[in-house]
Design a protein around this ligand. Structure first.
Ligand code: 4GY
Length: 285
C-alpha cells in the first residue's frame, strides 16, 4: 500500500517511517512512503507558501497555488489514491474508519497543513477531511502518521505472523483484557490463577469477561444493546447452562468491583470529614 504525504516538513515523515514496525514494513515492500513538498511548487524568490488571511485575524493561511499544485502532482503519482486532508474539523477517526480504509484497496494521499489552516478552496481537490480527535495541533503530519500507522497494521505481514489486527480488542468492539507475563509474582502482585491453568476454554471466557467488565466501567458507549441487557437485566429464561454461568460470573465480578468503588468512596469521604474537623479545631485554637 502506498502513502504519499503532501507536507512542508517531509523530514518529520521520513524520521517517523524509520522505526520499528513501519520501517520493517517498508523494507519488506509492504508499504511505500513518499512526500511532496508544496514549497517545490512556489515560483517567487522567497518560496512563499503562506499569506495573511482576507478579512483580518491572527496567523497565516496556506496559499492555494502551491498546495493544489502539490496535490495534483500527488494524484498523478497515485491516481487510485484517496486524498485526505488532516484537520480538526474532519470526521473523527475511530477503528471502524481505519478498517474501512485498510480494506478499500486504495492508496492514500495525506494533505498536512500548518499555520492557521488551508485556504478553503483547496478542499475542491480533496476527497475528505479527517480529524484524529478534538484538539488542535501545530501541523497535520503527526495526525497523518497516526492514520497511516493504524491502517498499516491491517496489511498482511506488517505485524508478526501470530498477531492479527483483525483480532484486536478494538476490532471486537471491546476494551483489552489484562495481560501478564513472567514472573508469576511481582512485588506481591500475582498473575491470575486461571491464566496459568492451561484450560483454554476457561481462559477465553475469563478474557471475554474482563473485556466486558472494563468496557462496562470505562466505555459503556461501546457496548451493544444486547451486551448491556445481558449485564444489567434479568437473564432470558431459556439460555444454555454454560452461557448463564458466564453472564452470572460477569455480573458478580461487576458487583464486586462496584462494591469496592463504593467502599473506597466512603473511605475518601470520611477522610475528608476528618480533615475538615481537624482544620476547624486548628482555627478554634
Ligand atoms: N486534530 N486531527 C489535526 C490537527 C493541525 C492548522 C490545519 C487533528 O487531524 N489534524 O490538529 N491539525 C492543523 C493546524 C492547519 C491542521
Amino acid at each position: 500500500m502506498k502513502f504519499l504525504f503532501v507536507t512542508l516538513f517531509p523530514e518529520q515523515i521520513e524520521q517517523a517511517a524509520n522505526h520499528s514496525i513501519i520501517q520493517r514494513a517498508v523494507n519488506k515492500g509492504l508499504v511505500e512512503i513518499s512526500c511532496i513538498n508544496p514549497r517545490e511548487f512556489t515560483h517567487d524568490v522567497h518560496r512563499t507558501v503562506d499569506d495573511t488571511p482576507f478579512g483580518g485575524g491572527a496567523g497565516m493561511v496556506l496559499k492555494p497555488e502551491p498546495m493544489v499544485a502539490a496535490i495534483r502532482k500527488a494524484k498523478e503519482q497515485l491516481p487510485n489514491a484517496r486524498v485526505i486532508a488532516m484537520c480538526p474539523g474532519g470526521r473523527t477517526l475511530k477503528q471502524s474508519i481505519v478498517e474501512e480504509y485498510a480494506h478499500c484497496g486504495q492508496d492514500f494521499i495525506f494533505v498536512c497543513g500548518h499555520y492557521e489552516g488551508f485556504d478553503e478552496r483547496i478542499f475542491n481537490w480533496v476527497d475528505e477531511k479527517l480529524s484524529i480527535g478534538d484538539y488542535v495541533l501545530t501541523g497535520g503530519e503527526m495526525p497523518a502518521l497516526i492514520v497511516m500507522d493504524a491502517i498499516a497494521r491491517f496489511i498482511p505481514g506488517v505485524l508478526g505472523k501470530l498477531v492479527s489486527a483483525e483480532e484486536d480488542s478494538f476490532s471486537t468492539g471491546l476494551l483489552e483484557y489484562p495481560q501478564y507475563t513472567r514472573p508469576v509474582s511481582f512485588e506481591g502482585l500475582e498473575v491470575p490463577e486461571v491464566l496459568r491453568s492451561g484450560n483454554h476454554a476457561l481462559i477465553a471466557s475469563w478474557r471475554l469477561q474482563e473485556s466486558l467488565k472494563a468496557t462496562y466501567f470505562l466505555r459503556p458507549d461501546l457496548l451493544t444493546e444486547e451486551q448491556l441487557r445481558f449485564i444489567e437485566k434479568p437473564l432470558p429464561y431459556k439460555m444454555k447452562k454454560s452461557q448463564r454461568k458466564f453472564w452470572e460470573e460477569l455480573r458478580s465480578k461487576i458487583a464486586a468491583a462496584k462494591a469496592e468503588l463504593a467502599a473506597q468512596a466512603e473511605v475518601d469521604a470520611s477522610k475528608e470529614l476528618q480533615e475538615i474537623a481537624a482544620k476547624e479545631d486548628e482555627m478554634n485554637g
